[in-house]
Ligand binder design. Sequence first.
Ligand code: K1U
Ligand code: ZN
Length: 186
Amino acid sequence: MSILPIRVLGDPILREETKPIEEITDEIRALVDNMFETMYLAKGIGLAAPQVGRTERVAVIDVDGAKYAIINPEIVSSDAKTAKSEEGCLSIPDVYGDVERPTRVRVRALDVDGNEFEVEAGDLLGRCLQHEIDHLHGKLFIDYMSVLKRRSALAKWSKEKDKYPGFIRRLENDPADDHEHPDEEL
Ligand code: K1U
Ligand code: ZN
């Protein structure tokens, strides 16, 4: 498996609409595996394809062990009630802000075997599903912030962004993970 570079705010791919996946190939399954590995290393709870430079409609999520790969997801219903809570984004490191969203959503998607499933969720999982599906439509959490709060979030980002030349965030593997395991073959 591989750790994928993460695209950060300013890379135009984060603003593009994704393309539905017509056929779930082994290459798509490998992409999903690599996205999970990248998300875990980045200590995120979700990751969408545009964040790793891909235009396919797929995202991965793991909120407290509720683990999903969502292919061609759609929100089929959302609660009329909304709630505000703080969000972050692996593509806008160190910037946080409150986002108001429906408290619960029902999402229909395909899994990696092409089977349709639905998940209904509130709390952090419901919020994460909405955040990831937004990514698949070129929308970012900062788009929901008030003009003043977005301005201050972007001011913070303008101090951070030079750390990411070419709008690329390269994650560092923990060197402790690189030591050879005694049972591993050379
Ligand atoms: O898509 C992403 O950028 C991942 C993002 C997802 C997300 C965070 C917070 C609310 C909704 C969706 C992250 O995982 S950023 C990391 C983070 O802020 C976080 C990590 C663990 C628990 C809560 C937030
Ligand atoms: Zn994000």
